[in-house]
Design a protein. Structure first.
Length: 417
């Protein structure tokens, strides 16, 4: 498995670093996050609707790169994003004890377009998912080595505190662990329980809250007239004020597993490939456009749709399968709370839940692989579909030049544009 994980990581790292600085402009929410990171380095106060850790890390990348330029504010995101497939593989292995499931799950995440796009720009969702998955890996590791339970609990709390310090939605990973622990406490005999009620109800939340609060201290140092309570009141007020149709790419929660409304992060029309990108000036009429540069933040369609089906297949198996319970409960914890949110939502809010559906697909894939002859043939077909989907939509993940006809061929539904 170590060699397989290394290959998965190298593939993920290469696809994320290739051509990282080719668009010398701020893309989508980089106009906020990259600039906020620069404000930290310059000591300038500002208002941000999210907790600060993601911007600290982008600022660290800028500082280490020696300047505010595309490679500088993107490279650390790419490195962290390349580690998510590895973390997902470890998570899948720990809940199934099957190396093949782990490697297939990591490969699926590495072949997904949304995780790829999010890793290539100065955005913060990759940090949210990375810290959340690491927290759950450490928590499960503590179950395996019960003698080290205390250290695992502390590590879980630190990672979850960092996750929530990227976005409040990181609480979904904590909710998932609570649900899994509650089911284990209900079903398992006393001698097989790993974490106590004090561990999960008192100590873990206390560590999460402490780490989260401490990570606010550098931000508050730039805002001497604000305290933690005031900042959170402003953030909460902002999110309550965002309308459900505040952005053309708003997508309701129920549409996410169906991939009905991805996001366009960059779009530029040019006459010839010799023109600099981004081209400064008014957009060309489509009739005069020879080439299109487009970056679409969207999942690998075959992967997402098959994963949605796999998640449904896991439901009847969850009662007698600890791995199925873990996946179903964590998927629900990161997906269903969005039902209660009335503000504008985007497809990237589905990233944490989608990761569990990818692992569910790996579990079903492995079951089929072990069911010859038809199961193994079906597994090969599924893998070919996912690889083909990744290669077919790769130009709109990387922003490669396409003719208008080639671009629209990849936009299967009108809602994708």
């Amino acid at each position: 498995m170590p060699l397989g994980l290394l290959l998965v990581w190298l593939f993920a790292l290469g696809t994320r670093l290739w051509g990282l600085g080719r668009f010398d402009t701020l893309v989508f929410d980089e106009v906020y996050f990259a600039r906020f990171a620069r404000n930290y380095l310059a000591g300038e106060p500002f208002f941000d609707a999210h907790p600060p850790l993601g911007k600290y890390l982008i600022a660290l990348g800028i500082w280490l790169a020696g300047g505010f330029q595309p490679w500088g504010y993107r490279w650390l995101n790419a490195v962290v994003g390349s580690l998510i497939p590895v973390a997902a593989a470890l998570l899948a292995y720990l809940i199934t004890r099957r190396q093949r499931v782990g490697l297939v799950a990591g490969t699926f995440v590495a072949l997904d377009g949304f995780f790829l796009v999010e890793s290539r720009y100065a955005l913060i969702n990759v940090y949210l998912v990375f810290f959340g998955v690491v927290a759950q890996v450490v928590w499960l590791w503590g179950q395996q080595w019960k003698a080290r339970r205390w250290w695992a609990l502390m590590g879980t709390g630190v990672a979850l505190g960092a996750c929530v310090a990227v976005k409040w939605s990181g609480l979904g990973f904590l909710l998932g662990l609570w649900l899994v622990w509650g089911v284990q406490r209900w079903w398992m005999p006393q001698r097989q329980r790993y974490y106590t009620a004090m561990d999960m109800v008192l100590i873990l939340p206390l560590v999460v809250f402490t780490v989260y609060s401490l990570l606010w201290l550098p931000h508050l140092a730039f805002h001497p007239h604000s305290n933690l309570w005031q900042v959170h009141a402003q953030m909460f007020s902002y999110h309550r004020s965002v309308a459900s149709t505040a952005h053309p790419y708003c997508a309701p929660w129920w549409s996410w597993p169906l991939l009905l409304r991805p996001l366009s992060y960059f779009f530029q029309r040019v006459h010839t490939l010799s023109e600099a990108v981004p081209v400064i000036g008014p957009p060309l009429p489509m009739a005069d456009t020879a080439w299109v540069y487009a970056v679409h933040a969207m999942f690998n369609p075959p992967l997402l749709w098959l994963s949605t089906l796999a998640m449904l297949a896991i439901i009847p198996l969850a009662r007698r399968s600890p791995a199925g319970q873990f996946l179903l409960l964590n998927y629900a914890a990161n997906f269903l709370p969005w039902v209660l949110v009335s503000r504008c939502l985007f497809l990237y809010h589905y990233l944490p839940a989608a990761l569990y559906s990818f692992i569910a697909l790996a579990v079903v894939w492995d079951w089929a692989w072990r069911s010859p002859p038809w199961g193994r043939a079906l597994s090969v077909v599924v893998l070919l579909l996912i690889v083909s989907g990744f290669l077919y939509w790769l130009p709109v993940y990387w922003g490669l030049p396409l003719t208008p006809q080639q671009f629209f061929q990849r936009m299967w539904w009108r809602s994708w544009i």
